[in-house]
Design a protein around this ligand. Sequence first.
Ligand code: ATP
Ligand code: FE
Length: 325
Amino acid sequence: MADDRTIVAQKIASQDEEHAPYGGVVPEIAARAHAERLSPMIAAVLAEADVGLEELDAIAATAGPGLIGGVMVGLVSAKALAMASDVPLYAVNHLEGHALSPRLADPSLEFPYALLLVSGGHCQIIRVEGVGRYRRLATTIDDALGEAFDKTAKILGLGFPGGPAVERLAREGDATAVPLPRPLAGSSEPHFSFAGLKSAVLRAHESGRFEAADIAASFQQAAIDCVVDRLRRALDAMEPVETLVVAGGVAANASVRTALEALADDWGLRFSAPPPSLCTDNAAMIAWAGQERLHAGLAADPLDFAARPRWPLDPAAEAVRGAGV
Ligand code: ATP
Ligand code: FE
């Protein structure tokens, strides 16, 4: 990542094929795949960028949260490179990568902004106030939104990862064909819940009364309705912002983006979303988060920084899982 936001070189080694037979990510396979692929990838990316390690201002690597095996492989490799080349290390929170990715794509996006972070493991509404300053207003009390897409795909036999497959099939279906619930819609706290929606999808499928495309379209619409309802609640409670932003893997979904754009319009807000390639996991957003920290004058991290399986962006936010909100 260059100073002018150019992605000089980037590679993504997808492990989807290795996990697909199991219908989800298998931790042991993930850790091994990281260990096997990372070194050759780093060499290839440096060669493609045509830069030496000593030319770098900093090295950024994900330090959590997530499956710890893969995170450790990446962090340890970054530490070794930082030590060998005497370059500062930034240990980046993966969620901070998602949260700041819209600013990589949209240089005019200023703090503060309202962020809907929707990914495979998270569903949160955050007021992003600056680099390293995140105020979480809502989270999910059970499943993440991406998880709900993945489970729906599994129920419908669409394979893994499920989000893009559900989106494709939904285009051929009728979003009003299957009656599905909108969990927590209208509730006073802006939190999310998707477990009941997934169970309703399973029941609809097992009833044999509905086409898969209609289930996919109805599920997607129900999920979008929930998100819009919860965001309205959060925006109501939030100190004013000028921009509504969406990030994370589910932000790649065109129907989700369209619905959020309409919501922003309705609230007189600007709307910003990174291109789909920067929504799903990628290295550029982590490099960018490192660069944001560097440019904001935040201190680099020590070489004994430990990988973190759990790492909330807003440590002050209350835990709500199962709290009956
Ligand atoms: P987290 O960021 O919470 O740790 P993660 O890194 O596994 O989780 P991401 O890579 O950010 O998640 O996003 C992947 C998720 O996004 C998956 O659940 C996937 O199904 C979902 N997703 C990707 N593309 C789409 C799409 N077009 N429509 C809906 N969901 C999608
Ligand atoms: Fe992610």
